[in-house]
Design a protein around this ligand. Structure first.
Ligand code: PGA
Length: 332
C-alpha cells in the first residue's frame, strides 16, 4: 500500500487517502447508478428504470467501490443498502448529479435560444433612433435572451468591442487597419436631410440650393459625429463655405434649437421623423439631398459566435425589422 500524500485527501476506512485520484477514478455515470439503485430499492428496478442490464449496473458499482477503496453498498438479506462510506458519498452524489444535469439543461436552453445575451452599442444616432426598435423586435422572437444597449462615440465603441464589453457595435464609418480585425456587415442606410422650423423663410420653397442653406444660421453636430462629417464633405464638395452658429453634441438639442427658429441643420431622417410628422420641423428640398450614409454592424473576426449571436445576425440580415422603423417614439 502506498504512503498517503501528506495533507491532501480524506482518510477513509483503511487509511489510504483518495486525494485528487478520486475525481479520476469515479465517474458521473457511476454516481447516477448509485443514486438509481438507492432510489429504486435494488439493482433490477434500477436496471429497468435506466434501461440497462443488471450486470452492467453491478459491474459499475463494483468499480465505484474499488475507486472509493471501500464498499459503497451491501446486501443484507435481499435488501440493497448503503454502507457508511456509501452514505457519505451518496449525499454529495445527489448534488453532483443534479448540478451536472442542470449544466446540461442550461446548455440546451442556450442552444435552443432560451438563454443567452446580446450586448450591442452604437453611434449616437443609431443607438437612440434605430437600435431600440431592432432590439424590441428581436425580443418578440426571443423573449428569454437578455439584451443590453450602449451609446458611445466611435473610439469608445471600438474599445468596448475589443474589451469584450459588447458583442456587436453599429457605426456609420468603416474601421480600416484595426489592431483587432473586424467583420463589417452592412446594417442600414442612413439619409441625412436638411431641416428648418415651419416658420423659416425657406420652408415651403420648392427648391433650395446648398449654398442658400449654408448662408443660414447653421447648427451642426460636434466633431467626430458621422452626421457632421458627411455634412462637411457635402459642403466642401459643392465648394460652399459656412460658419456654424452653434455646435451641439445632441440630435435632440439641435432639433429643439431649429424648432425654436435658431437656425437650420442637417440630421438623420431617423432622428427627425417624429418632429416632421408632428409638424414641429420641416424638411427643406435641398438640391442633391438626401445625403447618404451607411451604418455597419461590426464584430471581431475571430469571435466564435454562439447560437444566440448567430440568431441575432440572421435576424439583422433578414431585415424585416426595418419595415417597422421610421416611427420613432422619442424626440431626444
Ligand atoms: P452620429 O452618427 O450620431 O455620430 O452622427 C451617425 C452616423 O455615423 O451616420
Amino acid at each position: 500500500m502506498s504512503e498517503p500524500p501528506a495533507g491532501n485527501g480524506t482518510p477513509l476506512g483503511n487509511g489510504t487517502l483518495l486525494g485528487p485520484r478520486f475525481a479520476e477514478l469515479v465517474s458521473i455515470h457511476q454516481l447516477r447508478l448509485l443514486i438509481a439503485v438507492v432510489e429504486n430499492g435494488g439493482f433490477s428496478r434500477a436496471a429497468d428504470a435506466l434501461g440497462l442490464s443488471q450486470p452492467a449496473i453491478s459491474h459499475q458499482l463494483k468499480a465505484l467501490s474499488t475507486a472509493v477503496g471501500m464498499p459503497v453498498i451491501e446486501i443484507i438479506g435481499r435488501r440493497v443498502q448503503l454502507t457508511q462510506a456509501g452514505n457519505l458519498l451518496y449525499v454529495h452524489a445527489q448534488r453532483i448529479v443534479a448540478d451536472f444535469e442542470a449544466a446540461g439543461t442550461v446548455l440546451d436552453e442556450f442552444r435552443g435560444l432560451r438563454r443567452g445575451r446580446i450586448r450591442i452599442a452604437g453611434d449616437t444616432t443609431v443607438a437612440i433612433y434605430v437600435l431600440p426598435d431592432l432590439l424590441g423586435d428581436f425580443r418578440q422572437e426571443h423573449p428569454d435572451v437578455e439584451l443590453s444597449l450602449g451609446v458611445d462615440n466611435r473610439r469608445g465603441l471600438y474599445d468596448r468591442l475589443v474589451a469584450n464589453d459588447v458583442d456587436f457595435i453599429v457605426s456609420g464609418r468603416l474601421w480600416l487597419d484595426t489592431s483587432v480585425p473586424l467583420i463589417a456587415r452592412p446594417f442600414l442606410g442612413n439619409e441625412l436631410i436638411a431641416i428648418a422650423s415651419p416658420r423659416h423663410h425657406l420652408a415651403g420653397r420648392r427648391r433650395v440650393t446648398l449654398a442658400e442653406l449654408a448662408r443660414e444660421p447653421f447648427i451642426i453636430r460636434e466633431p467626430g459625429s458621422g452626421t457632421r462629417e458627411t455634412t462637411e464633405e457635402a459642403l466642401q464638395e459643392a465648394g460652399v463655405s459656412y460658419s456654424p452658429l452653434m455646435e451641439l453634441a445632441s440630435n435632440g438639442a439641435i432639433k429643439r434649437a431649429v424648432a425654436r427658429d435658431l437656425g437650420v441643420s442637417i440630421l438623420s431622417r431617423y432622428a427627425t421623423s417624429l418632429e416632421l410628422e408632428l409638424g414641429n420641423l420641416v424638411e427643406l428640398p435641398v438640391e442633391g439631398f438626401p445625403l447618404r450614409r451607411q451604418w455597419h454592424l461590426f464584430y471581431p473576426r475571430d469571435r466564435r459566435l454562439g447560437p444566440v449571436e448567430e440568431a441575432f445576425l440572421r435576424f439583422v440580415e433578414d431585415g424585416r425589422w426595418k419595415d417597422r422603423l421610421g416611427r420613432p417614439t422619442t424626440t431626444d
